[in-house]
Design a protein around this ligand. Structure first.
Ligand code: HEM
Length: 449
């Protein structure tokens, strides 16, 4: 019989008594896991916030956690820190409760629903980019502003500019509050202000929901809020008002910073690769020409799709995430007991040389036939997750990013700073992204926004 080692025997250290390695992990998770991976290889242990944790790196580990042993893993325990800010929501649910919520939310992010959001997103993007003119922009904060506008409009149902601005501001306060170490819900603390903003968002959503119900015709809605209200499954289940409110806030959280982050990195990489800007412009010209951009054009842009995949590979916004182990599992000769956390990392998986040739290089052609390097393993590219909790908004995000990038490519050119040397040696893209700037200039006569 095969002898399994105890998880306690994994390489790695539990760090300081009580604290474990909490400080290192919180200070800079990206750098922490990169260093430990270099030191110990693809399986190592630590202790964070008093809980023992196994880091399992690579496509087989991803498959184990997200597919093979998914029923023995808890997303609720993995994402528990979101509960005080967002309440119970799809990401925090396990088992049957999760399946039911996902079934009800799925139609708002697939098929016909996606097509109904195109015009709204395109209008917001054009309006936003029109004002850029010529000059330096801070990439991540600009894209955060843009994606938050799209999200408040489509997920919260904000109707006009002032509602979009107001709800965006409340949501930013809520997010700031969620970062507070001490969760004291009293006025004038960061957390207290966040909770106050949450109260205002909830009141706003209650009012919006009441109006929608009064107006009727929910199935004809052109935004996510309306379609969540209309959702009913074959057994007659519906989402309650409280659930819709929690889900709408979670969608804002899950959807806006992630999308902004990936957009930032695409613009950064394209800024460093004029030959790719040229190739993508030629693709735009061949597919869209001088016509207004339409949804069907977005499906005919394989080179832009590969550039997006390459940014997802190099800079996955959700670069590592956890699950709580509910029942003992085995991996790489170790038994990992119930009660531990496991962490997997898209970021490290995506940089493995056994999957990707010259993995630190920006090379979107790696996804084109005949190379198709991501097909070496079904879990080789997982920037949008995989399995039962895989990203519900992937199609939405890809449409939004393609609209932004197509519009930018057709109407602007840009250079970026700092250059690679400032970020490449340090494995902390999520920190570096706030320093990235682009100097943009309109392309001239064809500026037709
Ligand atoms: C580039 C943008 C995005 C990236 C990289 C991304 C990434 C991810 C990842 C990795 C997960 C899986 C988490 C896990 O398994 O624990 C996830 C889940 C999720 N994402 Fe996204 N996401 C993006 C945009 C969006 C957008 C725009 C929305 C909303 C429209 C969205 C909604 C969700 C939801 C609701 C879940 C939870 C699904 C579930 O638990 O069943 N995401 N996302």
């Amino acid at each position: 019989m095969r002898q399994l080692k105890s998880a306690e025997e994994m390489p790695g250290s539990y760090g300081l008594p009580i604290l474990g390695e909490t400080l290192e992990v919180f200070r800079d998770l990206e750098l922490y896991i990169w260093r430990r991976f270099q030191q110990h290889g693809s399986v190592f242990k630590t202790s964070v916030m008093g809980r023992k944790r196994a880091y399992l790196i690579g496509p087989d580990a991803n498959r184990l956690v997200l597919v093979e042993q998914a029923e023995h893993m808890s997303s609720r325990i993995g994402w528990h820190f979101l509960e005080s800010t967002f309440g119970n929501n799809i990401l925090l649910q396990d088992g049957e409760e999760h399946r039911l919520t996902r079934r009800l939310m799925y139609p708002a992010f697939h098929g016909k629903a996606i097509t109904t959001y195109f015009d709204t997103i395109q209008n917001i993007v054009q309006d936003f980019l029109k004002d850029w003119g010529q000059g330096t922009i801070s990439l991540n904060s600009s894209f955060r502003q843009l994606t938050l506008m799209v999200a408040t409009r489509l997920f919260l149902g904000s109707q006009n500019k002032s509602e979009v601005e107001q709800t965006s501001q409340w949501f930013t306060q809520l997010l700031d509050g969620s970062m507070a170490i001490f969760k004291w819900n009293v006025p004038f603390t960061l957390y207290g202000r966040g909770q106050n903003a949450r109260g205002k968002l909830v009141a706003f959503l209650r009012e919006a929901i009441a109006q929608r119900i009064e107006q009727g015709n929910l199935e004809q809605s052109k935004d996510v809020l309306g379609l969540l209200l209309a959702a009913v499954d074959e057994d007659g289940n519906k989402l309650s008002e409280a659930q819709i409110i929690n889900e709408a806030l979670l969608l804002l959280f899950a959807g806006h910073e992630t999308t902004a982050s990936l957009l930032t990195w695409v613009i950064f990489e394209l800024g460093n690769h004029p030959e790719w800007r040229e190739r993508l412009r030629e693709e735009q010209l061949a597919v869209v020409g001088n016509n207004p951009l339409s949804l069907s054009h977005l499906k005919q842009l394989p080179q832009l799709t590969n550039v997006l995949k390459e940014a997802e590979r190099l800079y996955p916004p959700v670069y590592a995430y956890n699950r709580g182990v509910l029942k003992d599992i085995e991996y790489a000769g170790y038994r990992i007991p119930a009660g531990w956390f496991v962490t997997i990392s898209p970021m490290l998986t995506h940089r493995l040389p056994e999957l990707y040739t010259d993995p630190d290089r920006f090379d979107p052609d790696r996804f084109a036939p005949p190379r198709e390097e991501n097909k070496k393993h079904p879990l080789a590219l997982l920037g949008f997750g995989y399995g039962s909790h895989s990203c519900l908004g992937m199609e939405f995000a890809q449409m939004e990013m393609k609209i932004v990038l197509s519009t930018m490519l057709r109407h602007y050119d840009w250079t970026v700073k700092p250059d690679y040397s400032a970020i490449a040696p340090v494995r902390q893209p999520s920190k570096a992204k706030d320093t990235l700037q682009a100097y943009i200039k309109p392309l001239g006569s064809n500026l037709n926004i």
